[in-house]
Design a binder for this molecule. Sequence first.
Ligand code: ADP
Length: 918
Amino acid sequence: MKARARLPTLGTRRKRLLEQQAALVALTRSDVFNRENLQQALQLVTETAARLMNVERVSLWRYSESRSSLRCIDLYELSRNQHSSGAELEAGRYPAYFEALATSEAIVANDAHSDPRTHEFSSDYLTPLNITAMLDIPVHLHGRLKGVLCHEQVGPPVPWTAEDRLFGIAVANMIALALEQSERKRAEAALRESEQRLATILAYAPDAIVVLDVDTLRFVEGNGQALRLYGLERDALLCVGPVELSPERQPDGRLSSEVAREKLEEALAGGAPVFEWLHLNAAGEQVPCEVRLVRLPDAERRLVRGSINDIRERKRLEAEREWLNNRWRLLLESAGPGIYGTDTQGRCIFINRSGGAMIGYTAEEVLGRDMHELIHHSLADGSHYPVDACPIFRAFRTGQPCRIEGEVLWRRDGSCFPSEYAAYPIVAGGVIEGAVVSFSDISERLHAQNELRRLKEAAEAASRAKSEFLASMSHELRTPLNSVLGHAQLLRRQEGLLGSQVKALNIIQQSGEHLLGLIDDILDMAKIEAGNLDIVADYFDLHRLLDTIGAIMRPRAEAKGLAFTAAQCADLPTVVRGDERRLRQVLMNLLDNAIKYTRGGSVALHVELQRGRIRFLVEDTGTGIEPEHLSEIFNLFHQVRDPAVLVDGTGLGLAISRRLTRLMGGELKVASTPGQGSRFWFDLDLPAVKAPIPANESRTAIAVEGDQRTVLVVDDEKDGRNLLRELLAPLGFEVHESADGEAAVRDALRLRPHAILMDVRLPRLNGVESIRQIRCAPALERTVIIAISAGAFEHDRRQCLEAGADAFLSKPFRVEKLLDLLCTPLKLRLIYAQEQTTLESAAPPVVPDGEQLQRLHDIAARGDIKNLLQQVTHLESLDPAYLPFVAQLRARVAAYQMKELRRWLKSLRPAGHECPAR
Ligand code: ADP
């Protein structure tokens, strides 16, 4: 290192001075301070100072913001020709030095170790760096101490000269200049940046922003949005002010200029007015806006910034909302049911007029009130209704909707009404905001429902009464009819009847059957109306049914002089599935009418296949039916007839027939030409069945083959008992009688009969109960029980079967039907009239010897049937070979053919003789 020259001579001093001045000028000229980089400028300064003053270390320090320390921003070491920075001096550690900096123009310390201003550095700074003398010049900027320029001699000290001090001051000033320049540049850059930012913000602001000179009432600035809002170019905008861009008056009727001035004055006075303003754009359209004004600081002009928001869309939405609100209110108010809304606390937020009227409050009185406490606080019995048990509460608490019927709501006057209500949560953005409840007073509806129930019960009671009446009437009529028809059947079996007697019996039988038909019709109609007439799906021989019907109707037609045809197509199935009884009833009824309403010509029954179904057609050449009556003839009790012509009938036949056909799956149709005749037809599905041909019930049983059986006949009517005794005894049954239920049970236990024929309506213990008790006795478990009743309803039959009867027979019954029901379970064989012929025509039976034959003949001649039957039973036990003989004899007894019996006995050759020639 080159040491500073000691005590310079005058010439030297002069030379250095000149050098220093030249350097200062060079520094100034080099425009070092206009350099972008302050650090470089400062380095040039420290380096120049070190060289010119020949000082080892020249450094520049700056105060921290808090002024509590100095930080080295550049240190130049001459001998090493090296710059460094970063060291720090704490003001707290070097108070004397910092004090001196603040108060003096320069710290000139020729002996830094001893100088009171610098000796604080001695041990930890001066000594380690071998610094001996210091010249420190404070740097001021705008009168404020900003830092310090330090010159430090290393090695033996040379006293600082006045030139050194002046040069130092000059350099410090230059540094202050550089700092100022740099700060100004930074401030200018910051300003530019900030202006740039502001311009960007303004340009991209969503609002229209204008700046207005209050004194000229002209715009001086406007962003892109403002230009778009007014529909003006920038230059055009700057030529006008808010008054030109507004209608003369604002919507409230005030002059725009007046209101504008008022608002601008308010902003100038420091306020920030926000208000709605109606602008006019360049196209002359009115643009509703929201304006915010605020004063802008400006030294020369009175400026106000306006931010303007186009609120056309907001206004439109508001108008729409208002319209919707009005509609909604209209709907709410015109709605019949009461409607109210609650918040999440159950407080009323609205209620419609009819809701208010129902509970006796006006809307104003209800708003804000707790609705549960107001109208739903108690149950119908007056007990407290806790709110957390209330479904409406759940609707606005948990969002669970509900619909409840029957709870009561309370009116203002303390009365209540039964209600139906529904509550739905009001949900917005997934959050429950309350509930809307609609409710109505259902008193009238409940009243109507009760009335309806009462009427229905009354109607049901009436219908029950009607059914009971019909059942009992049917019963009362059938019981005597049973006797009439039964006895007529018995009498007709007797031989030797006179022609007139047979005729009378026929009349009795026909009249009885007619009467029975009427009762059945009325009963059927009642059953159809009550919906409990069942169609039975059993199988039957269709050919035999048609033959029987033909056999019955032909004589009737012929008796009236009418031709009768029954034609069937060849491929008609034989055994079919269906309800034989109901089909017979319909066909008989149609044929009956055909004969009834035909005076001359013919009646025909055609049965043919028609597209897989069977068509039944009844045709006549009778009176025909007027077209206007065609639809009426199927009505109940409807009769269309010439009053002059007397025809019997009830007007029930067709009504029943049509309903029965429907129940069987068909439709009864009619075509008729007045004066020419009528055709009635219907098609039925009667599927063919592969089954053996059912037994023919219409045959006449004349004898029973098998062991003698005991039968207990139970009937409170003596006639009824007699009828059965007279029917069964000749056929070989041992008949006992009981006149009431209790006696029946007793006698059954005592006699242990093979079969019991039990009338259902009995004194003391009725038939159903008697059957039940009999069935409880183990000894009578296998006894055949046949219930016989004049009750013709399905439930009569069901009751008996449930009690334990094996079969049910309704009165009046056909004798053969009874015998079939009785004999089949008792394993007895019935011999029919037809078979008798077969028996007779077959080889003669094995006959007893002459003596026995004679005895039988004598007993028969006396008419002692009981004895006769005892004899044949005895014969049966002697030898099974006699069985055919016994059967033939019994058949004649059963048919009451006593004369014929005697003749037959006489004709027989006793055993051991040849067969008589036939
Ligand atoms: P009725 O007991 O009077 O015969 P129906 O119900 O059987 O009752 O018939 C109703 C009416 O239909 C009868 O009164 C009659 O006027 C008319 N009618 C029924 N069948 C015939 C027919 N084959 N020819 C003419 N008229 C008929």
